[in-house]
Design a protein around this ligand. Structure first.
Ligand code: CA
Length: 425
């Protein structure tokens, strides 16, 4: 089957909705989300600048007329049903929106659109997708190396499989929450000293993990792998993912099957799913493989994305301090490789499934994507702007992650994912 061309909106396209040059959401972005406000049920939406665009409203008013869509696809609690329409229909939707909202068409559409536009801060953004399944990879070489050095030694930092396959595990989909949802500090079992009996208590080593995730927009049948060349045809778009982690719970429980209660108490995602098409101009080559790859993981095309990432910590009633600046381009394993590997045994992906990259750490200490690495297992506390220090996240702290791709014309941003940690109940 021939893959369709990505929809690339021209760099000089402008909208009659105003926005600043450095905003996350120019007319070339047009991500999808779900919003609610009092008196109406949740609806699909997009955004330009700080102006939210109600797609249900535009469709009902007869302004948006994309074929193969119905009102029932746009009045939903999640985007799952809309994503199931497929890339072709969603490309037409994004193209139609760009026509309605482009500056040249202001006199035709502006007055009809106005009742369906809202200021972003006047609405509530909802969980954009309800993922049937969630997988977390471990695709950053720098992160895997750092963790290996901390818990083993520099010579054996990477386990023997790491350079041959994208390591991953099946996470918990039910506890994925949208940005803004408070995160309750988890309790659990931990071994405070080597060789001693475990204790039950409140996690003292609550951490974030800076990740990007892709959302599946096209399923595959059980028993039918997705090839690396078709992989991006199955990905609708990306969002920011904070894989909250309780290191003390994780350290005691993970042998031999991997993460469990140290991870499944919450993961936070950003509310906008940015279309993979909007990111095509930011494609770059990833790191060269250090070991020969098996055939199903080989690709001769650039398949990484140059997306800048930033994490800040804001203490309760305090100011934000940027603690990490990284980039998605550092990933050793691309999303296409992750998906090809995930399904090579015949595993079936479902629409709305979320696959997270794993912590994205860069090569320098200020680009590490978790407190575990930034404060090096608690040995190098980080100083915040208010003079206080952190080795892990405290109650009342908000962790905010921001991601965007930038060129000389515009920025394709993801907004942010934010979560405030509240005391254990
Ligand atoms: Ca993770």
């Amino acid at each position: 089957m021939l893959m369709q061309q990505a929809l690339l909106l021209p760099p000089d396209l402008k909208s009659w909705i105003s926005y600043s040059d450095d905003c996350d959401f120019p007319i070339q972005n047009l991500p999808l989300g779900i919003y609610s406000k009092s008196g109406q049920s949740p609806r699909a939406c997009s955004i330009i600048g700080n102006t939210l665009i109600d797609l249900f409203g535009l469709y009902k008013a007869g302004i948006l007329k994309t074929a193969h869509l119905g009102l029932e696809d746009l009045e939903q609690e999640t985007l799952n049903r809309l994503l199931a329409k497929g890339k072709s229909t969603l490309r037409n939707l994004r193209k139609d929106l760009s026509e309605i909202l482009r500056r040249e068409n202001e006199s035709t559409y502006r007055s009809g659109c106005m009742p369906h536009l809202s200021e972003l801060n006047s609405v509530t953004m909802c969980l954009p997708v309800k993922p049937p399944n969630y997988t977390d990879f471990y695709s950053s070489r720098e992160h895997a190396y750092n963790v290996g050095v901390m818990f083993r030694d520099p010579l054996n930092a990477l386990l023997p499989n790491w350079l041959h396959l994208p390591v991953g595990y099946h996470g918990r989909a039910s506890s994925i929450v949208v940005s803004g949802t408070p995160v309750v500090r988890p309790k659990g079992q931990m071994q405070l000293k080597d060789g001693e009996a475990p204790e039950f208590g409140t996690s003292r080593q609550l951490d974030f993990e800076l990740e990007m995730a892709f959302v599946i927009g096209k399923s595959n049948q059980l028993g039918h792998p997705i090839s690396i060349k078709d992989a991006e045809d199955h990905i609708h778009g990306l969002l920011i993912f904070n894989d909250w982690s309780a290191r003390d719970l994780q350290k005691w429980e993970y042998v031999p099957l991997g993460p469990f209660l140290g991870k499944n108490f919450a993961s936070s995602i950003s509310p906008w799913v940015v279309d993979l098409d909007a990111l095509q101009v930011f494609k770059v080559s990833g790191p060269s493989p250090e070991k020969p790859l098996l055939e199903y993981l080989k690709s001769d095309k650039p398949s990484n994305y140059n997306i800048q990432l930033e994490v800040s910590i804001t203490p309760e009633n305090g100011e934000a301090t940027i603690v990490s600046q990284s980039n998605m381009k550092y990933l050793y394993w691309s999303m296409a490789q992750q998906l090809a590997h995930h399904t090579v045994n015949g595993c079936n992906m479902e629409i709305g499934d979320i696959c997270a990259s794993g912590t994205i750490s860069g090569p320098t200490p200020d680009s590490f994507g978790s407190m575990l690495e930034l404060a090096w297992k608690g040995t190098k506390p980080i100083r915040l702007n208010d003079g206080s220090t952190r080795t892990f996240i405290q109650d009342g702290d908000s962790v905010t992650m921001h991601a965007y791709a930038q060129n000389e014309h515009y920025r394709i941003g993801f907004g942010q994912v934010n979560g405030t940690v509240i005391a254990a109940q």
